[in-house]
Design a protein around this ligand. Structure first.
Ligand code: SF4
Length: 311
């Protein structure tokens, strides 16, 4: 294993699998491009990668806000859609074949506000009823939380991540949580230290350093001006499914610039995860994102800033 200079107190925060930290944990501490390439090569060689850590299920693809750094906001999504029950059931059937479900997080949103989906809690409950071992996560802008609070409290959701886009939303939402005796914490860098059933974390997006943003593959004008010649781990660890079943390379792609396949083409999760199409993409990205036409537009490169919901 390549030796990176990671301090012991950070190492203690890692969650381990097969006696090494989850791939994303160590990847984000490999600071140089060469270290990242070396690490990816190593993990591929020893079958640590590909490793399905997180599945995104986008049940609704539009939003009720219009943030300047996001290409999805109100009025910008042309083909607004909600996932059909048939497609959702097909996805459940596929991911139900995963053998070690306790190692996998299912994020119940993609690019859109999930509380706009009237069936979101019904879907979460169905998934957890069939497969309680998956860890479920939901990210929301909280603007609709007042309307859905009773469903939320009764739901089987494991983690709720509240992204506040202004101070007023934060005040209203935290007052509501106090009223319902729901504990919450400001988001840590990772999702350890479970302290209440709903595991509510929040972030103040309105206070976030602008350097956190990225250009969503060239669809918004934010983030660094340069695209770094570097590898990318995301297609090795993420399975992002859009509202129509399309498979994206990563969670960054809000506007489906990287959709390369569809879950409806598969009845077997292993055939999907190890498909030739998927592996060809990984083969390019293990060397450099400049090898891929879509990724060449992506200015995301600071993995240290990524919140870790993979733990
Ligand atoms: S290079 Fe960017 S667009 Fe391509 S897979 Fe990685 S994060 Fe996604």
């Amino acid at each position: 294993m390549p030796i990176f200079n990671i301090s012991n107190n950070i190492k203690e925060e890692f969650h381990y699998r097969y006696n090494i930290p989850y791939p994303i944990h160590i990847y984000r501490y490999a600071k140089t491009v060469n270290e990242r390439r070396q690490l990816l090569d190593y993990m591929i060689k020893f079958n640590v990668l590909p490793s399905l850590d997180i599945i995104y299920i986008e049940t609704i693809n539009y939003c009720n806000l219009a943030c300047s750094f996001c290409p999805v906001g109100e009025g910008q999504r042309i083909n607004k859609a909600t996932m059909s029950d048939e497609l959702f059931d097909h996805i459940l059937n596929l991911i139900g074949q995963i053998t070690d479900k306790s190692k996998v997080t299912v994020c119940m949103n993609g690019h859109g506000e999930p509380l706009l989906d009237k069936d979101i809690f019904k879907r979460i409950n169905k998934l957890k009823q069939f497969y309680p071992q998956f860890r479920t996560v939901l990210f929301t802008n909280t603007t609709l939380i007042q309307d859905r609070i009773d469903e939320l409290v009764k739901s089987k959701l494991d983690y709720l991540m509240c992204d506040f886009y202004n101070e007023d939303d934060k005040t209203k939402c935290l007052e509501l949580f106090n009223e319902y005796n729901i504990a919450y914490n400001k988001a840590l860098d990772y999702w350890g230290n479970i302290n209440n059933r709903l595991n509510v974390r929040y972030s103040e997006v309105y206070n976030t350093d602008k350097s956190f943003y990225n250009n969503r593959l060239g669809t918004v004008n934010v983030g660094p001006s340069d695209v770094v010649d570097e590898p990318c781990i995301f297609p090795f660890i993420q399975l992002p499914i859009n509202v129509n079943g399309g498979i994206r390379y990563c969670c960054i792609d809000a506007m489906d610039k990287t959709v390369f396949d569809n879950v409806l083409n598969y009845n077997n999760i292993l055939e999907l995860w190890y498909s030739k199409l998927y592996n060809d993409i990984r083969c390019n990205l293990k060397d450099s994102k400049l090898k891929d036409t879509a990724c060449r537009q992506c200015n995301n490169h600071d993995y240290l800033k990524f919140r870790l919901i993979y733990t």
